[in-house]
Design a protein around this ligand. Structure first.
Ligand code: AMP
Length: 211
């Protein structure tokens, strides 16, 4: 049976950084934002449909987003352990995921929210540099330590767009928090703590995932 955790948290809260650490331990990483950026880079039809939304920091319609999610999930082995990063972003998306899970026998382990202040999220995003090839996340310009590609800034890591994305997060998170609390599957971590401290906390709940 596929099992998954959901990483909730405003942009810049460290979800991607932690996800990359768990990918090294065999977890699959489903970042809807990253999948969309790949489509935009490759100029696919889907990329053209979503590029305006992604660049302006507004939410892509659920049908398009969920098609990406179910495609990704359907390609996994039934022993896969998955981190959902940036999905779901609405109660409707959460319900679509739950229905998919019931139909396909997948199980949510926990929804984990990375909590940090808006100011800290903004500060981090204004200093974020990404590898366009592997998604490595750095905090200074330079080259990717994994594949030597030049690190780039995200077009939506622009101050006005960041503020919009942070505000959007504030609009949808309370619904999602309540949704997963009701299921008894919600946990919060302090996103201001060091990456190693957070990894240790996640290990306690995700360490069992691969056994
Ligand atoms: P992220 O990489 O998670 O920060 O997402 C970047 C952008 O991709 C967002 O600002 C949205 O435009 C789009 N996006 C990613 N995930 C979703 C989602 N679950 N629902 C709608 N839009 C999304």
């Amino acid at each position: 049976m596929i099992k998954y955790v959901i990483f909730l948290g405003k942009p810049g809260s460290g979800k991607g950084t932690q996800a990359q650490r768990f990918v090294e331990r065999g977890w699959a990483w489903l970042s809807t934002g990253e999948l969309m950026r790949q489509h935009i880079r490759k100029q696919t039809d889907l990329g053209q449909q979503v590029s305006h939304y992604v660049q302006s920091g507004s939410l892509v319609p659920d049908e398009i987003t969920f098609a990406l999610v179910s495609d990704f999930m359907s390609g996994l082995s039934d022993k896969a352990r998955v981190i959902m990063d940036g999905f779901p972003r609405s109660k409707n998306q959460a319900q679509l995921l739950e229905e998919w899970s019931a139909r396909n026998g997948a199980e949510l382990i926990l929804a984990i929210e990375f909590c940090l202040s808006d100011d800290e999220a903004l500060r981090r995003l204004l200093n974020r540099y990404l590898c366009p090839l592997c998604g490595f996340i750095g905090n200074a310009p330079g080259r990717c330590p994994k594949d030597d590609a030049e690190l780039v800034r995200r077009v939506d890591d622009d101050e006005a767009v960041i503020l919009r994305r942070i505000q959007d997060y504030g609009n949808y998170i309370s619904q999602l928090r309540a949704y997963y609390q009701r299921l008894g599957k919600y946990m919060a971590v302090n996103g201001m703590a060091s990456p190693d401290t957070i990894t240790k906390q996640l290990d306690k709940v995700m360490g069992v995932g691969l056994r």
